[in-house]
Write a protein that binds this ligand. Sequence first.
Ligand code: HEM
Ligand code: HEM
Length: 163
Amino acid sequence: MQAPKGYSRTQIALHWAAFLLIVQQFVLHEGIAEAWDVIEEGGVPAFDPVVAAHVFGGMAVLAFALWRLVLRRTRGVPELPAGEPALARMAAHLGHYALYALMILMPLSGAVAWFGGVEAAGEAHEAMKPLMLILVAVHVFAALWHQFWLKDNLLVRMKRPAD
Ligand code: HEM
Ligand code: HEM
């Protein structure tokens, strides 16, 4: 399959929707962390819309990540910018797949903890939090590095659809 010239409207929309939802997950984490403490102490937490937003928002991230992986296979994604050293290409691929892995593993571990009451899954969920923060920080730094240092206008690829 020949690589398309850019990302599609749907791929771009899914990238930014997942970004906004992940920001929401970090902002709205206290409610569910408190409810989880109540569950761990054997209680039943009261209904809280902030907790529901964390659960549904996180499940949407999972759905969007899987949808994006399907689109990667069926439609394809553009080649990495030309002239990138081999090491930078490898780092970009690794970084992108690690982000996909976290967009899948964080909701899955959260769901197993929340719906299955599995304490270890809750611990894994919490342990992935700094990994996600570090990877997103590196990803954003790389995007800004391309934009303002290498001046190859990489950000436009996630702004202007090529379909
Ligand atoms: C990409 C998706 C998600 C992200 C980025 C995320 C992020 C977070 C963060 C930052 C915390 C606070 C951890 C702490 O106490 O320091 C948390 C807690 C929690 N989340 Fe999520 N979450 C996601 C999806 C979900 C989903 C889908 C569920 C359930 C269906 C869920 C259930 C929980 C539970 C039970 C806790 C409390 C236990 C714990 O502290 O680990 N999360 N989440
Ligand atoms: C939670 C935050 C984010 C996550 C999880 C995320 C995830 C991803 C992933 C997995 C890709 C690879 C897409 C693919 O080829 O399938 C990607 C591409 C991209 N992201 Fe993000 N992203 C986030 C935030 C951002 C932000 C804030 C920016 C801008 C500053 C950004 C700019 C880009 C750009 C420009 C690309 C295209 C790179 C290329 O074509 O090689 N992302 N993102």
